[in-house]
Write a protein that binds this ligand. Structure first.
Ligand SMILES: NC(=O)C1=CN([C@@H]2O[C@H](COP(=O)(O)OP(=O)(O)OC[C@H]3O[C@@H](n4cnc5c(N)ncnc54)[C@H](O)[C@@H]3O)[C@@H](O)[C@H]2O)C=CC1
Ligand code: BAL
Length: 476
C-alpha cells in the first residue's frame, strides 16, 4: 500500500495474491488492508488536506505537477502496459495503444483545465456582492473496477487532484498493480506525501470502511450496480458523503435498413461488443437490426468476428485474451447455453477464455436481454421499424450507452434523443474523449459524471459568499 508517501504493509500483516489470469501464476503478494488501514489513510489524507500542502497551491502549480505525472506515465508506457496486461488479462495491444495513452490524455486534460476555471459573480443589487466559488470537497474515497484499472484511476484522480482534494484509492483486488505504480510516480512528480494514498484489499474489508468512514467527504465509484447501491447505503448510514456512481450497462445498438456501409457497421459493432473481451460497461450487448438487412449484417459480423484473434494477451496481434478471473469466466460461460441460435463462437476454453460469440433470439426477453454479461457475447434480435427498436432498446434498467446506425439524419437524431442513455453514438461506437462527460441514466449511474469539466463537480463544494457593500456609503 502507499500511505503518507511510504510503501507499507497492512496493519494486520495479512496479504493476498494477485494472479495472472492467462496462466494462473502468482504475480505479486499484496497487503490485505482492513478498516484499520483505512483509518490510518484517512488521518493522513485529512492532515494533508487541512494543512493546505496541496489544496492551497495555486491551480497553476497543481497543474505543473499533474502534467509532470502525465509525462512520467507516458515515459513508463511499456512497463505500465505490461503490468496491466499481466494483472488483468487485457491485451498488450490495447494496453499500449489505448489504456496508457488515454490515461495520460485524461490527466493532461484535467491538469490543463484547472487554471482556466473561473469562479462567478452573481447578479445582485448595487449594495451587495455575491460570489459563487468552488472549493475542493476534501478527502475523496476512490473505489475502482478491474476492467480498466489505469484508465478509471486517471478519470478520477485527474479532476480530484486538480481540484485540490486528497485521495484514498482502493483498486479492485484483481488489479492493484498499476494504481500502486502510478502513486509512486505521483510522488516522483512532486505530489506531496499524504495526498495520493492507496489501500489495497477486497471490497468488504477496505471498500466498505471507505464507504462508511466519517472522515471521507466524497466517494467516486465505478463497478457493479449492486455494489453501487451499497455505497449509497454506507453514505446514508454514516456522514451523507457525496456519492458518484458509474455502474453497469446493457447497451443497445440499432441498425436500420438504410445504414450506409454495412462493412463499417459490422466493424464498429464487433469493436463495441468484443473490445476488452466485452468487459466494458459501455459494451454493445443487445443488437436490434432491421429485418431487411439482418442476414447481410450477420454474415459480415461473423466474418469480422473471425478476424479477432484469440490467444496470448502478450502477443500484439491478440484481440481476445482471458477474462479477468476464473470466477468471472464461470459467470460469463453460463450465458453460452441458455437458448437462442449461436451464429458464431460459443466456445469457452482453458477455463479462462471465451471466443467472440453472437446469439440470435426471437424475442427480447430472458437473461441475455436483462443482465449485464460483461463478456464477449452479443445478443441479436430483428426489428421492423426504428420505433420498435428504440422502444425495445429502452426496455432495460440500465442507460449507459447506445448506438444507432442509419443513413437518414433526422431519424438518427430522433432516435438519439429518444434513447435513454448517457452517451449515444450515431454511425459509430465509442465513449467520446476526455472532453465529453461519461455516465449513465437509470441504474447505470448516479450523482454525476466522469470526464470533462462536469467531472470537477464531483470533487468541489460550491460556496456562496455574500458581501454587504453598505448602502450607507454614499453610492461610491
Ligand atoms: N461498470 C463497470 O465498469 C463494471 C461493472 N462490473 C460488473 O460487476 C460484475 C461483478 O464484478 P465485481 O468485480 O464483483 O464488481 P464490484 O462492483 O463488486 O467491484 C468493483 C469494486 O468494488 C469493490 N467492492 C466489492 N464489494 C464491495 C463492498 N461490499 N463494499 C465496498 N466495495 C466493494 C471491489 O473490491 C472493487 O474495487 C461484473 O460481472 C460486471 O457485470 C464490474 C466491474 C466494472
Ligand atoms: N469503459 C471504460 C469504463 C468502464 O468500463 O467502467
Amino acid at each position: 500500500m502507499i500511505v503518507d508517501g511510504t510503501r507499507t504493509v497492512a496493519i494486520s500483516g495479512k496479504t493476498f495474491q494477485t494472479l495472472n489470469p492467462a496462466t494462473g501464476e502468482v504475480l505479486a503478494v499484496l497487503p490485505a488492508g482492513s478498516a484499520a488501514d483505512v483509518d490510518k489513510a484517512v488521518i493522513v489524507a485529512r492532515q494533508a488536506f487541512d494543512d493546505g500542502r496541496w489544496a492551497k497551491l495555486a491551480p497553476a502549480a497543481r497543474k505543473k505537477i499533474l502534467l509532470k505525472l502525465a509525462a512520467l506515465i507516458e515515459e513508463n508506457t511499456a512497463d505500465l502496459a505490461l503490468m496491466e496486461s499481466l494483472d488483468s488479462g487485457k491485451t498488450i495491444g490495447d494496453c499500449i495503444n489505448i489504456d496508457v495513452p488515454e490515461a495520460v490524455n485524461s490527466l493532461r486534460w484535467h491538469a490543463e483545465a484547472i487554471d482556466k476555471i473561473y469562479d462567478q459573480v452573481a447578479p445582485a443589487n448595487d449594495a451587495s456582492l455575491g460570489l459563487i466559488v468552488r472549493e475542493p470537497i476534501g478527502v475523496v474515497g476512490i473505489v475502482l473496477p478491474w476492467n480498466f484499472p489505469l484508465l478509471t484511476l486517471a478519470w478520477k484522480i485527474g479532476p480530484a487532484l486538480a481540484a485540490g482534494c486528497t485521495v484514498i484509492v482502493k483498486p479492485a483486488e484483481e488489479t492493484s498493480l498499476t494504481t500502486l505504480r502510478v502513486a509512486e510516480l505521483a510522488l516522483d512528480a512532486g505530489v506531496p506525501p499524504g495526498v495520493f494514498n492507496v489501500v489495497t484489499g477486497d471490497g468488504p474489508e477496505v471498500g466498505e470502511p471507505i464507504g462508511r468512514h466519517p472522515g471521507i467527504d466524497a466517494i467516486s465509484f465505478t463497478g457493479s450496480t449492486d455494489t453501487g447501491r451499497r455505497f449509497l447505503r454506507y453514505s446514508s448510514e454514516s456522514n451523507l458523503k457525496g456519492v458518484v456512481l458509474e455502474l453497469g450497462g446493457k447497451n443497445p445498438c440499432i441498425v436500420m435498413d438504410d445504414a450506409p456501409d454495412l462493412d463499417a457497421v459490422a466493424a464498429h459493432i464487433a469493436n463495441g461488443a468484443f473490445w476488452n473481451m466485452g468487459q466494458n460497461c459501455s459494451a454493445i450487448s443487445r443488437l436490434f437490426v432491421h429485418e431487411d438487412v439482418k442476414d447481410r449484417l450477420l454474415e459480415k459480423l461473423v466474418d469480422v468476428s473471425k478476424t479477432w484473434i484469440v490467444g496470448d494477451p502478450l502477443d500484439p496481434d491478440t484481440r481476445i485474451g482471458p477474462l479477468v478471473s476464473t470466477t468471472h469466466f464461470e459467470k460469463v460461460s453460463s450465458y453460452l447455453d441458455h437458448g437462442g441460435k449461436v451464429i458464431t463462437g460459443g466456445t469457452a476454453f482453458n477455463g479462462t477464455t471465451i471466443e467472440p460469440t453472437i446469439i440470435e433470439f426471437q424475442r427480447h426477453e430472458g437473461r441475455h436481454f436483462k443482465e449485464e454479461i460483461f463478456g464477449p457475447i452479443l445478443s441479436v434480435i430483428s426489428v421492423k421499424s426504428l420505433a420498435e427498436a428504440v422502444s425495445l432498446a429502452n426496455e432495460t434498467d440500465y442507460g449507459l450507452a447506445a448506438s444507432v446506425f442509419t443513413g437518414e439524419g433526422t431519424s438518427a437524431l430522433r432516435a438519439a434523443r429518444a434513447l435513454k442513455a448517457g452517451t449515444v453514438t450515431v454511425n459509430c461506437y465509442g465513449e467520446g474523449d476526455a472532453a465529453t462527460p461519461f455516465g449513465g441514466y437509470k441504474q447505470s449511474g448516479f450523482g454525476g459524471r466522469d470526464k470533462s469539466l462536469h467531472a470537477h463537480d464531483q470533487y468541489c463544494q460550491i460556496k456562496t459568499l455574500w458581501v454587504d457593500l453598505g448602502s450607507s456609503h454614499g453610492g461610491i
